[in-house]
Design a protein around this ligand. Structure first.
Ligand SMILES: Nc1ncnc2c1ncn2[C@@H]1O[C@H](COP(=O)(O)OP(=O)(O)OP(=O)(O)O)[C@@H](O)[C@H]1O
Ligand SMILES: O=P(O)(O)OC[C@H]1O[C@H](OP(=O)(O)OP(=O)(O)O)[C@H](O)[C@@H]1O
Ligand SMILES: [Mg+2]
Length: 285
């Protein structure tokens, strides 16, 4: 029987959450990353631990079928690889930054300047599009140190909290792109493996949907049920259960994580009381 070969970062920013996602999908990985190839008992899948930066090539060559990797890396490597699903973690951006003493945030600052980066293709394409000519100096890590040691006038690198820039006396000026972890697939997959992938993506969607939603329940006087129901962004219609106390009901529904504070105020204003918000484990709709 076919097994879907999935590449996961061996160690680094994506490792923990990639494994957690598999776990949330009910896929239990047998043992640790000391082995580069690991089997799974309860799903037709084989895990391969690889370096994030090598994964686009492995996908292109069909050495692995799917992979969890940083979207920015797919853009940098310019491979013809399809992103199947954004995964919502390892969110970051690729940005230009300058020494904090530089007074301008304008891109034109970089005209004729030297920029250190680990993402030369992303930078080159961006600068070309913007009509700026710079000297791109490729380094594989610790890019933020470059201006301090006189290696460059600015940098182009990954920024998340901004603390690495701050510690190195740099300031973010221009964002080239935003990135997050994605599930990507090799250009050619057998029908059998496509079917396994479909099952896997179905599970991922259920996990992600649940993460972004909350179960909400509240007590409402019967005469306010209509009003409160109108405020709730419901899946179909809210569940309404009579309470033991005459004239009151309990309303249950599901709301988006992002919207719940906003909705709670409206619910209270419309007569809802004793509002509970509960996490959801999986959600299939
Ligand atoms: N500080 C950060 N915050 C959030 N996401 C990040 C951060 N740094 C990197 N990422 C994302 O995580 C991915 C993996 O980054 P990480 O630094 O772990 O690996 P890498 O430097 O690409 O190296 P390797 O090839 O050794 O696995 C990046 O491609 C990027 O998408
Ligand atoms: O804005 P921040 O939250 O400070 O994150 C940005 C830093 O994180 C990444 O490095 P990482 O720690 O992954 O080290 P690496 O260069 O060895 O990959 C990236 O290359 C930046 O240096
Ligand atoms: Mg890194």
């Amino acid at each position: 029987m076919s097994k879907l070969k999935i590449a996961i970062q061996k160690s680094g920013r994506l490792y923990e959450e990639s494994l957690q996602l598999l776990k949330d999908c009910g896929i239990f990985v047998n043992n640790g990353k000391d082995q580069l190839k690991v089997s799974v008992d309860n799903f037709p899948m084989e895990i391969m631990y690889l370096r994030n930066s090598d994964i686009p090539q492995y996908l292109e060559d069909g050495v692995v079928d799917v992979a969890i990797l940083g979207e920015n890396l797919l853009i940098e490597k310019g491979k013809n690889i399809k992103t199947i699903q954004k995964l919502g973690f390892s969110k970051c951006r690729v940005s230009l930054a300058v020494p904090k003493e530089v007074e301008t945030d304008e891109l034109s600052y970089f005209q004729g300047k030297k920029i250190a980066t680990s993402y030369p293709n992303t930078l080159k394409n961006f600068l070309e599009k913007e009509g700026i000519t710079s000297d791109i100096h490729v380094i594989s890590g610790s890019v933020e140190i470059a201006p301090n040691i006189g290696l460059a006038d600015g940098i182009c690198d990954i920024v998340s909290s901004g603390s690495t820039l701050f510690k190195n006396g740099l300031r973010e000026t221009v964002t080239l792109l935003k990135s997050e972890a994605v599930l990507a697939k090799t250009p050619q997959l057998s029908v059998e493996k496509e079917a396994i992938l479909e099952k896997f993506v179905f599970r991922i969607k259920a996990v992600l949907k649940a993460k972004n939603s909350k179960y909400i329940l509240m007590n409402v006087p019967n005469e306010k049920i209509q009003k409160v129901s109108e405020v709730l962004p419901v899946l179909k219609s809210p569940t309404v259960i009579p309470l033991a106390e005459e004239g009151w009901s309990s309303i249950h529904s599901v709301i988006d994580e992002e919207r719940f504070w906003e909705v709670i105020d409206e619910l209270k204003d419309n007569g809802a009381q004793d509002i509970l918000i509960i996490p959801i484990d999986k959600m299939v709709i």
